[in-house]
Design a protein around this ligand. Structure first.
Ligand code: HEC
Length: 150
């Protein structure tokens, strides 16, 4: 009933169909992953004693802000972006959205909360207590982050 030629043709058709199905799955998978990349971080609780920590740095201290800016360019900008919008070159590869540091909601966090989260990290957000070991430097970063406020 089937000659060798039609059998070969059927095999080729089968291969093409398998390939198309695989490709379709790959596209769906990639889209799904992209959606995950946009996921917003869940609430990030900070213990009261850390939350209420007062920064030793005055908000108007220009030397502190300049130091914070240097540290930001070196350690943070790749994910959080130069203006804190969460649009650094690495941002798209992260599982969690790094967030927008210019919003009112963000600036409603206390200095202590920002210092704590910078220090201990979570998920894709690295911990900086060892990478930036001087607490003063991390407070300078917090002072710099405050300048992103709209
Ligand atoms: C590798 C990418 C990456 C780098 C580098 C990075 N962050 Fe993050 N950061 C994130 C991600 C992702 C989150 C969200 C984490 C979550 O919600 O689980 C985050 C969250 C934060 C938060 C908490 C924001 C909030 O809304 O609660 C602060 C503060 C922060 N980062 C500061 C910094 C500082 C300061 C630096 C540099 C010293 C830095 N980050 C470097 C990826 C990064």
């Amino acid at each position: 009933m089937f000659n060798q030629k039609s059998i070969n043709q059927m095999k080729t058709t089968q291969k093409v169909i398998t390939l198309l199905i695989t490709a379709a799955f790959a596209v769906v998978f990639m889209l799904g992953n992209n959606a995950l990349a946009q996921a917003k971080g869940k609430a990030w609780p900070v213990p009261d004693k850390d939350k209420n920590l007062k920064s030793p740095v005055k908000a108007s201290d220009q030397n502190a802000i300049a130091n914070g800016k240097d540290l930001w360019a070196k350690h943070c900008k790749s994910c959080h972006g130069s203006k804190g919008l969460g649009d650094g070159p690495k941002a798209a590869t992260l599982k969690t959205n790094p967030g927008d540091f210019t919003t009112k909601d963000f600036h409603a966090f206390t200095d202590g909360e920002l210092f704590f989260r910078t220090s201990i990290g979570r998920g894709d957000m690295p911990a900086y207590d060892k990478k930036i070991p001087e607490a003063k430097d991390r407070w300078d970063l917090v002072a710099y982050i405050r300048t992103f406020k709209k």
